[in-house]
Design a protein. Structure first.
Length: 135
C-alpha cells in the first residue's frame, strides 16, 4: 500500500475506492442503466481505448447519467478500434467503431440521452442472399 503524503494523495485514493464501490453497487442492477463496454485488447489499447474508457467514466458522472463502464477483451473489430458496445436499458447492444473523444461525446448526447442513432455503428450481423433462398 502506498503512503499518503498529501491531501491530494488522499483524494486520489478516495476517488479510486469510490469508483470501485460505484461499479459494484451498479453491477446488481446493470440491466437498468446504460452499459458501456470498451474493447481493451492489445489493438484497442494501442488505438487509445484507455483514454476513451476514462472519458466515458468521467463524462457520465459529469453529465449525471447513471451507467456502468467496463472493459472487455477483443470484439473482433480490430480494424475499427477503439470500439465500444453500448446497451441502453431494454435495448439490444450497439457497437461503435473508431471512437475518439469527439465521437464519444456525440454518442452520449445523441444515442444515450436521446436514443438517436449516430454514425459509426458496426452492424452485428448480415443477412445474405443464400439465407433467403433457403426459406
Amino acid at each position: 500500500m502506498t503512503k499518503v503524503k498529501s491531501l491530494d494523495d488522499l483524494r486520489k485514493m478516495r476517488d479510486a475506492v469510490k469508483s470501485k464501490l460505484d461499479l459494484r453497487e451498479k453491477g446488481d442492477k446493470a440491466e437498468k442503466v446504460v452499459q458501456i463496454k470498451v474493447s481493451m485488447a492489445t489493438c484497442g489499447i494501442a488505438s487509445g481505448a484507455k483514454e476513451i474508457m476514462t472519458y466515458f467514466i468521467e463524462e457520465l458522472e459529469h453529465r449525471s447519467i447513471e451507467g456502468v463502464v467496463t472493459q472487455t477483451g477483443c470484439m473482433g473489430y480490430c480494424y475499427a478500434e477503439p470500439t465500444i458496445e453500448v446497451t441502453l436499458p431494454g435495448e439490444d447492444p450497439v457497437v461503435f467503431g473508431f471512437v475518439d473523444t469527439k465521437k464519444a461525446s456525440e454518442i452520449i448526447e445523441k444515442y444515450i440521452k436521446k436514443g438517436e442513432l449516430v454514425d459509426g455503428i458496426i452492424p452485428a450481423s448480415y443477412e445474405t442472399i443464400d439465407k433467403e433462398k433457403t426459406k
